[in-house]
Write a protein that binds this ligand. Structure first.
Ligand SMILES: [Mn+2]
Length: 279
């Protein structure tokens, strides 16, 4: 796993990674519980070099998998705290409810969330569940984040209840069409300005932010999405400009994928991030 990057010693690591293989709160198609294992298996084939030929010097510690409970998430984040970056591999998006809550508890009030997703995920309840993957941001609001602490990027799907809430709450949204219209650099500077003065940012990355043509292996595919280069440049630009201390990658569903292309594109973007962390 993590060919050439992995260290067995946490104290030597720049990046710490763990998985939450859980998909019982998804709505359309299952399978995200398999993502951590498939991502790790694919990672063994990727050399520690970016697409532009830069060697990646970051050392990565893999802490294994945990169950989908807040106590386990908090214990894991506490253990890995102090690393330059913690990465969580989901899991459907509901697992981010646990890690975002733990992140807030560890980092205090000056921390924010960037939600990179096709979906706003701010339903109070979805299909009768308050723990649904469509409720992540609503639970974040209950777990200490103010509306101003949350920004959404790449959105192109809303429930009616979400439109109503977003029309009232000062949550910053840059939808997928606006990303294309403004271009990556402008979107990055808008977010950098928005989170000026924040100590720690949690970037929650739903793979369905990408168009399903590029990332079909996901449970809730949405058309009119972003292309991989835009997502790569957006995420890398955010890492250049903001103190991103935690990243999650959720909703990769290998059983709905074709030739693992969704896992591959996610890993290629992760490598670009790791190169930045290892500098
Ligand atoms: Mn989504």
């Amino acid at each position: 796993m993590w060919r050439g990057l992995q260290t067995e010693q946490l104290e030597r690591a720049d990046v710490a990674i763990f998985g939450i293989p859980f998909d019982e709160n998804c709505s359309v198609k299952w399978g995200a519980a398999d993502a951590p294992a498939v991502l790790r298996a694919c990672s063994a084939y990727l050399p520690p070099v970016t697409a532009s030929g830069k060697q990646i010097f970051a050392k990565l510690y893999d802490a294994g998998d945990i169950g989908a409970t807040f106590d386990q998430a908090f214990a894991m984040l506490s253990k890995l705290n102090g690393k330059k970056l913690t990465v969580m591999l989901g899991g459907d998006h509901s697992v981010s409810i646990l890690t975002e809550k733990a992140f807030r508890r560890l980092h205090g009030s000056r921390c924010g969330i960037i939600h990179l997703d096709a979906h706003a995920d701010i339903c109070d309840e979805y299909l009768g569940s308050k723990s649904s993957h469509a409720c992540v941001n609503r639970r974040a609001l209950e777990n200490g984040y103010a509306p101003e602490d949350i920004s959404m990027v790449g959105i192109r799907s809303y429930e009616l209840q979400e439109l109503e809430l977003l029309s009232q709450a000062p949550i910053f949204v840059i939808d997928a069409d606006e990303c294309r219209k403004r271009g990556t650099e402008k979107v990055v500077s808008l977010l950098a300005k928005k989170f000026q003065g924040y100590d720690a940012i949690y970037l929650s990355w739903d793979i369905d932010s990408l168009d399903p043509a590029y990332a079909p292996g996901t449970g809730t595919p949405e058309s009119f999405g972003l292309d991989p280069l835009m997502v790569r440049d957006l995420i890398c630009g955010l890492f250049d400009r903001l103190p991103i201390r935690m990243l999650d990658l959720v909703e990769v569903s290998p059983q709905n994928d074709i030739n693992d292309i969704t896992s591959w594109v996610a890993l290629k973007i992760l490598l670009e991030i790791f190169e930045k962390i290892g500098r």
